[in-house]
Design a binder for this molecule. Structure first.
Ligand code: DON
Length: 303
């Protein structure tokens, strides 16, 4: 298969969707991004890299960071986190408050905000600096030392983060945070505000397509943990649109409100797409369309 040609074809095919949806505007830095952009990168499990469109434009990775925080916690701490977070789809928006009270402070899964805040809390306990740990994993897997948090985005997010603050305080009231609320929220905002491009993200996600094997030949995760994280991405990675994403794309995937999505074809390749216009559930409209096009044309899905 000529992967480079395929990606270029997909850039053309998704053009009608580029600019559709609504750019996240809860902070000005995200609201100011030009919606008429689309990028795609693919990295094979052997490490070959293919990119097309705006694949080298940096964007805010936002919730995509939740996958990497979870990977670090699973690697360091095994299954302990599952006593504090469930792994069922929520069927609710990513920042919803409703289930947390009726389910006594145990978030439905590690990819909704409440669950990711618990994962970040654990990573903070394990490392002393959760955002730095996520950043270092990104740097290690991409060999790109310049990857960093956009501190303007992080502090803007903290200023507007009333929902996340309420989730974190509720978690603390249930005894499900180990660290002070403000420290956890600070780490969470900084990990979300990492600035990366499609190529970086596809490289960073490659270990999920290679049974956990990282770029330096050592395991980031065991093969069993890799299988499990991919399963949670499939069922929970795109929130209340996870069913639709599985139907259309048929791959484990994780989105962010910056318009990025990473997806994994187990044992074959990792893919990253980016286009800022979001659908109702906070997933990139053109990004989902591109991944749909990709799996439909190649047959590379888990189904
Ligand atoms: O915590 C938040 O709400 C944002 N920093 C991230 C949300 C997000 O990316 C959801 N993804 N689609």
């Amino acid at each position: 298969m000529d992967i480079q040609n395929l990606l270029e074809d997909i850039v053309g095919a998704v053009q009608p969707h580029v600019g559709q949806g609504k750019v996240a505007d809860y902070i000005p830095q995200l609201g100011a991004v030009d919606p008429h952009q689309f990028g795609i990168s693919l990295v094979t499990r052997e490490g070959e890299v293919f990119s097309a469109g705006d694949a080298h434009v940096e964007f805010s990775i936002q919730s995509i960071s939740k996958v990497f925080a979870l990977a670090l916690v699973l690697a360091a701490d095994g299954d302990h986190i599952w006593k504090r977070v469930f792994r069922e789809p929520s069927g609710n928006p990513f920042n919803s408050l409703v289930q947390l009270e009726s389910e006594e402070g145990i978030p439905r899964n590690p990819f909704i905000n409440a669950g990711a805040i618990v994962v970040t809390d654990r990573l903070l306990s394990l490392t002393g600096d959760a955002a730095k740990a996520v950043r270092e994993l990104m740097r290690q897997e991409t060999s790109k030392e310049s990857i960093d948090t956009d501190h303007v985005v992080a502090s803007s997010e903290l200023g507007k983060g009333h929902r996340n603050a309420s989730l974190a305080h509720f978690l603390a009231s249930c005894g499900n945070l180990e660290n002070p609320v403000d420290d956890v929220l600070d780490s969470y905002a900084k990990q979300c505000a990492l600035a990366m491009n499609c190529e970086d993200l596809a490289l960073a996600t490659r270990f999920l397509a290679s049974n956990g094997l990282g770029s330096d030949g050592t395991l980031v995760l065991s093969p069993a943990q890799t299988k499990r994280i991919n399963a949670v991405m499939l069922t929970c990675g795109t929130y209340d649109a996870a069913g639709e994403f599985a139907y259309r794309v048929g791959l484990p995937g994780k989105s962010g409100v910056g318009g990025g999505i990473v997806a994994v074809v187990p044992n074959k390749c990792s893919i990253s797409v980016w286009s800022p216009g979001l659908g109702r559930s906070g997933n990139s409209v053109a990004g989902v369309a591109a991944l749909d096009e990709f799996t439909t044309r190649t047959g590379w899905s888990v189904f």
